[in-house]
Design a protein around this ligand. Structure first.
Ligand SMILES: [Zn+2]
Length: 289
């Protein structure tokens, strides 16, 4: 029997990562390039296809986790954040199949993240905290694929902070990297990245610690409510902001303990185990489904 391989792509706003997996799901090759996010969908697909070609073998299929709202049936990008130009409207499945001659299947990147991280599980909530806050739901072994399903970043009425969606008080308005920067600047006048604020908090800056504490409190509350509604007792967290987990942990756990599930136990938290490969590995699972 000829060996079969599967490719997984993570197309993000700054970089595109490709992995090649063997039949057992082990990564046998990996490649990364900057995403030409402002050069339009065809350029983005050219780069993605080039990464797969660089592996030198034809995979049996290509899975894609892509930033933005992606139609799970057709793999067409329906909407994107402001880091992309011309990505909305791109037919990922058809475009990659045409370039590489094998089936391709695309899904939103947070959903792919959860597919990767939750391998072997039947129920889990996935939350990514980066530039924005994304979410995905695995219920009874199935990823919920309705439009907007899992958008935990845009629930909650935590206050008056403006959210990227145009409404106010959502989780993302407190817990995204951008929001941490905005909240810190509002109180201090200083313009720092979320990472720099974390470093300041570790060095004893009380305002920096407070914006993380607030993010953690609202994150815990949103996770507790989502878990309670859907019967999910595990949340898997990923994204750049989670690198500062020690600054979030106490507040998250306190909020979860204050709002336990009906069973009496709080939702458990697990941090990403696959790191930068989570989306690409989830995409491999997607195309093998
Ligand atoms: Zn919102």
């Amino acid at each position: 029997m000829t060996a079969r391989f599967w490719a997984g792509l993570d197309i993000g706003g700054s970089k595109t990562l490709a992995v090649l997996c063997d039949e057992r799901g082990e990564v046998v090759a990996e490649a990364v390039r900057p995403t030409p996010a402002t050069e339009g969908g065809e350029s983005i697909l050219d780069i993605a296809a080039g990464l797969v070609r660089s592996f030198g073998v034809t995979p049996a299929g290509i899975g894609v986790g892509a930033a933005g709202v992606v139609d799970p049936n057709t793999g067409t990008v329906l909407a994107t954040g402001d880091s992309f130009t011309g990505w909305a409207g791109t037919a990922i499945n058809a475009g990659l199949s045409a370039r590489l001659g094998v089936p391709a299947r695309a899904e939103n990147d947070v959903r792919a993240f959860l597919l990767g991280e939750a391998a072997g599980l039947r129920n889990a909530l996935g939350v990514t905290l980066g530039t924005g806050v994304g979410g995905a739901l695995l219920v009874d072994g199935r990823l919920l694929r309705g439009r907007g399903a899992g958008e935990i970043g845009h629930v909650g009425a935590f206050g008056d902070e403006p959210c990227s969606c145009g409404q106010r008080g959502h989780l993302e308005a407190y817990a995204s990297g951008r929001s941490l920067s905005r909240r810190y600047a509002a109180r201090t006048g200083a313009s720092l990245t979320a990472q720099e604020i974390a470093a300041a908090a570790e060095a004893g800056d009380a305002v920096a610690a407070a914006v993380y504490e607030e993010a953690g409190r609202h994150l815990g509350s949103a996770v507790a409510q989502a878990g309670g509604l859907l019967g999910l007792d595990l949340a898997i967290l990923g994204g750049s902001v989670v690198a500062s987990w020690p600054l979030l942990e106490k507040a998250v756990l306190r909020a979860l303990e204050a709002q336990p599930l009906l069973s009496g136990t709080p939702v458990r938290i697990r941090l990403s185990r696959l790191g930068s490969r989570a989306v690409a590995l989830g995409a491999v699972r997607l195309v093998r489904e």
